[in-house]
Design a protein around this ligand. Structure first.
Ligand SMILES: [Zn+2]
Length: 603
């Protein structure tokens, strides 16, 4: 392990190696050939399905093969466009991949038809056929789920019509929102100077240390959204109306049914989770009060929640050099699970990570995986801040998740949103504790604040979004919900979620938050809180029994793309997720640093 503690600089390249996957970057002929073959085979697949009825074995074999190649292709295109946003060849390639993906998606309607056409006995016999081997067993629950869901929808022909009309109907509303939101400009006036900000710029200013700046920018921010709120109300109502009509036609009376199914969760689990969050909120309210005190306020306003708390406002943040980040990550991952540490080390050494700070790269971070090559690639811009350090750990958590499932068929690797962030959040928690231990005295307060701000986001902000949507959907079923009513519902949801602890709220949040307008995923809020708390539950389990953790963790991740979440927790952790007590443990663990913050704040 000595090389981990003393890495040679050349052993941690800051640029990734894409040539190992397809040589030649965006000019790669090998990649173009790969896409041409894939496109031809997808077309043949679609034609065959529309013409005749292949056997289930043939169907699954082609489906699996094409799904794997498509993911391999899409991952490479994503890496190319991220590393250089000005690479026109890369953009063209990614559009090409998207076209192939759309054709494949359309063909899946026929897959549903064929799955439904098989009678129960034949379907069972296929799933249980020993000739299908390990792979068949792995995908059996996924196929069963797909068949069950298809049976609960409209007949395949009608669903095809719905999907076709949805492109310009349902999804069109999302596009209109993006267009409208893109036009929002925030006009800020200060000392006679006028300044025009984009939404993203204004949001950054809400983290300004000066309260007067935050207050002024937030007032202008609300004015800007207000000016188009009547349009926003139309969009939101039509989008929800579309969804509700489709649910009604399918005979579904619960609007949470689809989001719960997509996350492989049941309602009792969701209710137990929110009840536990509610129960632990008083601890977070104490944190919010202490933070208000530090800022010299009676209570925090909406725009103060993300304000920085700095001991010495001028102090430069302590930077973490890349080699040191590598050392800390590998050492701490290894302590939890030696295989995880080894994988992280491999990622650093073998060019899996694009971390260089240079112009022309896309913002943000991601981890993408190549199911055929069996490797992953991580993208970020490592600036040495605590934030980029956390991102690096986060993405290496994703990479491990992917590594653990790499031998499974691709069809058994599709984990739901509720579990997608488990390994990454878990990785962040592991290194975050180390950062807190090692932090210099003047850094501790703001590090604790970072950790607790996140808890506020998952416990309160996301809860407000959930409460709002539940109320809004219930009313939308009765008719159009006017703009004033949306404001009122949102403020009421925020007051409840934040336990009336703030001095002002953001009633137009229903308009300013993109997540309410996503059409791929309904109720894009509770899965965040679920993932966050589930990762804390894992960390709590690890601390209680570190010796037996690694094996359980890997087994759990391996099942994440194929089984319902409750089954996974029961099978690998022995936990009943419908039990509020289990979630209480997770929630308490997530807010365990509040005491330390209060102590630090008193200094
Ligand atoms: Zn992530």
């Amino acid at each position: 392990m000595s090389d981990i503690l003393d890495p040679k600089p050349d052993e941690s390249p800051m640029r990734w190696d894409l040539d190992a996957i397809f040589p030649g970057g965006s000019r790669s002929e090998v990649y173009r050939d790969f896409l041409r073959d894939l496109e031809r085979d997808v077309r043949a697949f679609a034609e065959r399905l529309s013409r005749d009825e292949p056997s289930l074995a043939e169907l699954v074999e082609s489906w699996e093969d094409l799904a794997a190649r498509l993911r391999e292709a899409a991952a490479f295109a994503e890496c190319l466009t991220a590393q250089d946003v000005h690479d026109a060849e890369a953009t063209a390639l990614s559009l090409w991949v998207r076209e192939i993906a759309a054709k494949f998606e359309a063909a899946l309607a026929d897959v549903d038809r064929i799955l439904l056409a098989a009678d129960e006995a034949a379907f069972r016999a296929f799933l249980e056929d020993p000739a299908g081997g390990e792979a068949r067993r792995a995908i059996a629950p996924v196929l069963e789920e797909r068949r069950r869901r298809a049976a609960q929808k409209l007949p395949p022909e009608q669903e095809r019509l719905v999907a076709a009309l949805g492109a310009d109907g349902y999804h069109g509303w999302h596009a209109v929102y993006a267009e409208v939101a893109g036009r929002i400009r925030i006009e800020v006036e200060h000392d006679g100077c006028r300044e025009t900000l984009s939404v993203a710029q204004a949001q950054n200013r809400l983290e300004d240390p000066e309260r007067a700046v935050r207050e002024r920018v937030f007032a202008a921010y609300e004015r800007a959204w207000d000016s188009l709120a009547h349009v926003g109300a139309q969009i939101l109502n039509h989008l929800a109306g579309y969804r509700l009509t489709l649910y009604r036609l399918r005979g579904w009376d619960d609007f949470l049914r689809e989001p719960l199914e997509m996350n492989r969760l049941t309602r009792p689990t969701l209710e137990a989770m929110w009840a536990a969050v509610e129960a632990e909120k008083p601890t977070l309210v104490r944190y919010l009060k202490a933070k208000a005190d530090l800022l010299g306020l009676e209570a925090l306003a909406w725009y103060d929640v993300d304000a920085p708390v700095l001991r010495r406002p001028s102090a430069e943040e302590q930077k973490v050099p890349y080699a040191e980040a590598r050392r800390t990550i590998v050492r701490n991952f290894s302590a939890v699970d030696p295989e995880w540490g080894a994988l992280a080390l491999r990622a650093f050494r073998e060019g899996w990570i694009e971390a260089e700070d240079r112009p022309g790269k896309r913002a943000g971070g991601f981890c993408t995986s190549f199911p055929i090559t069996g490797v992953s690639r991580i993208f970020l811009t490592y600036g040495g801040t605590k934030g980029s350090f956390a991102t690096l750990a986060h993405e290496l958590g994703h990479a491990y998740h992917q590594w653990v499932v790499r031998h499974l068929p691709v069809l058994a690797q599709g984990y739901p949103m509720s579990l997608a962030e488990t390994a990454s959040t878990f990785a962040e928690i592991v290194v975050q504790d180390r950062l807190l231990e090692e932090a210099a005295a003047e850094e501790r307060l703001s590090l604790l604040d970072d950790v607790l701000r996140r808890a506020v986001a998952y416990f309160m902000n996301l809860h407000a979004r959930f409460l709002f949507e539940v109320e809004f959907y219930a009313r939308r079923r009765e008719g159009f919900v006017p703009r004033e009513e949306l404001d009122r519902l949102m403020e009421a949801a925020q007051r409840r979620a934040y336990r009336e602890s703030l001095s002002s709220y953001h009633p137009l949040f229903w308009f300013s938050k993109l997540h309410f307008y996503l059409t791929d995923v309904p109720f894009y809020n509770f899965p965040y809180t679920f993932g966050y708390l589930f990762a804390h539950l894992l960390h709590h389990t690890y601390l209680e029994a570190p010796a037996s953790f690694a094996d359980r963790y890997r087994d759990l991740l391996r099942d994440s793309g194929r089984l319902p979440v409750e089954t996974i927790a029961q099978k690998h952790l022995g936990l009943d997720l419908t039990d509020e007590g289990v979630w209480r443990r997770a929630a308490r663990h997530a807010v365990r640093h509040v005491e330390a913050f209060l102590q630090e704040a008193r200094k």
